[in-house]
Design a protein around this ligand. Sequence first.
Ligand SMILES: [Mg+2]
Length: 191
Amino acid sequence: MLEKDDCLERLAAARQDEVVITTMSVVVPWERWSNHPLDFASANSAMGHAADFAYGLAMAQPQRRVITLNGDGSMLMCLGTLVTMAQRPLSNLALVITENGRYEVTGNQLLPAFGRFSFAALARAAGLTSVREIGDEASFEEALPELLGAPGPVVHIWKLKRDQEGPPKPADPMRDRAWRLKVALAEKDEG
Ligand SMILES: [Mg+2]
């Protein structure tokens, strides 16, 4: 099993100009390791919709890599996104599901049926083919370049230890985050 913060630290160190979309339980931990103009946290109002937001962004910005860091509870809330990702595959799209079996934001409640279903199996059943579960450090290191650069859609499931962190408290209002991303995308387009 992996530590969430350890994974995020390594990803932040390797990340260059990829867009990184976070939501819910990943927002605050990611901000410990990254403060990049192409980070966007859709935490405040969009549980379940980080992956489809990222899908739309990847479609609109095909020259950029777009990586979503989605919680397992958030993914479970919007499984249809997996079907959409398979129906029209985007080579610049990568999705991480941080699987710890808990709804951290609301108090670490257990996900329904946790342990009796598989996100990897769900993703493959939806028609996605580049899918892997990652549960140890060696696999994580091996998989990181794939997450950052392999033709997508790539789906990685990080098998995480249960952490004890309480509800995240995003530092900036949603409107400020959206504005920062918009400016960063426009600057990159011009450059
Ligand atoms: Mg979770």
